[in-house]
Write a protein that binds this ligand. Structure first.
Ligand code: GDD
Length: 323
């Protein structure tokens, strides 16, 4: 199978590419000229990279023509919720227009249209009432950030292109996923990196935090990409699937676990107002019954292991001269 991974140099893209290579796929990946390639160092000589600006129609047409894929997993995008308040138009343009350009390039292939996996998010559910937990795919979408609105648009575009043109499009709504290579702006990496820097003597023993009351449903990225692979292979076109663990952690729980793993004691905790959001989604706990019943997917890696692996990743990075 020829697979095109948009955003291959990113956190999830790099893990997905590794998994796909392990399954015997031939992998093409899109990247932007300024993308760092450190996440794909280990597989660099086994994938074909194609430079592409997804907001440019001709660039996307060229990408799809060169890769000539049987399947596309569309992972490129602006993925940081916090940044979407500062750059709402940029977030909408990158995420929505990028996907429209890809879908149009796919549509132009007529009967040779590849299978296409739309990457949605639990953020689409946004404001969820207590009686609606755990969240199924039928829950109303009440997005609370420009990022979440962009993901709703991507999700519904996938539905619309399936309905209008019969394209083989499957939609995923992934809840939070973490692990080695996670970008440093996201909460697990943010805390783990600060702790690794404290351990290395590079920072005072104090961790800066935002809203610790939020509840999130975390899964290891390596389990999530296995789910994406199954959806790409055998997901039902037109359908949408949650990927999640079904267990909620407060951000305070995450912080406490990481502080418990730290080799330095005591470490102080201080709220940084810059880390608070105009509207933070209070609780996201998902129900993955649909994908479990359809494809037998369930997470296998305990989140405690994910957090240990992530802390180790940051200890190694912080220890490097360029860390
Ligand atoms: N980043 C960050 N930094 N978040 C913090 C901090 C901090 O210092 N302190 C508390 N938080 C809280 C945030 O307010 C939020 O409630 C939670 O930790 C998780 O924040 P992020 O890790 O930034 O992730 P997210 O939930 O906003 O979004 C991630 O998951 C989505 C799936 O639900 C991203 O990966 C999205 O791209 C993805 O769609």
């Amino acid at each position: 199978m020829r697979v095109l991974v948009t955003g291959i140099t990113g956190f999830v893209g790099s893990h997905f590419a590794e998994y796909a290579l392990g399954r015997g796929a031939r992998v093409w990946g899109s990247y932007r000229w300024r993308s760092k390639t450190e996440n794909i160092e280990a597989i660099r000589d086994r994938v074909t990279l194609v430079e592409c600006d997804l907001r440019d129609v001709s660039s996307v047409q060229h990408l799809v023509a060169v890769a000539d894929p049987d399947a596309i997993v569309h992972l490129a995008g602006q993925s940081y919720v916090q940044a979407s308040w500062k750059a709402p138009a940029e977030t909408i343009a990158t995420n929505v227009i990028g996907q429209v350009n890809l879908l149009e390039a796919v549509r132009a292939r007529g009967p040779r249209a590849p299978r296409f996996l739309v990457i949605g998010s639990s953020e689409e559910y946004g404001l969820v009432h207590p009686h609606e937990l755990p969240i199924t795919e039928a829950n109303p979408l009440r997005p609370l950030s420009p990022y979440a609105v962009s993901k709703v648009a991507q999700d519904l575009l996938g539905y619309q292109y399936f309905k209008s043109y019969g394209l083989p499009i499957v939609r995923a709504r992934a809840f939070n996923h973490e692990g080695p290579r996670r970008g440093h702006v996201f909460v697990t990496s943010d805390f783990a990196r600060q702790i690794a820097e404290i351990e290395a003597g590079r920072r005072e023993p104090e961790v800066l935090v935002g809203n610790l009351q939020a509840v999130r449903d975390f899964t290891d990225v390596r389990d999530i990409v296995r789910g994406y692979w199954l959806l790409l292979e055998r997901g039902e076109p037109g359908e949408v699937y949650n990927l999640c663990s079904g267990r909620g952690w407060t951000i305070q729980d995450v912080l406490d676990f990481l502080l418990g793993e730290a080799t330095v004691r005591p470490i102080k905790v201080r709220e940084d107002p810059a880390r608070l959001r105009p509207s933070d989604v209070p609780v996201l706990i998902g129900d993955a019954s649909k994908i479990r019943a359809a494809l037998g997917w369930a997470p296998e890696i305990p989140f405690e292991q994910t957090l240990r692996d992530l802390l180790q990743y940051w200890r190694e990075r912080v220890g490097r001269p360029d860390g």
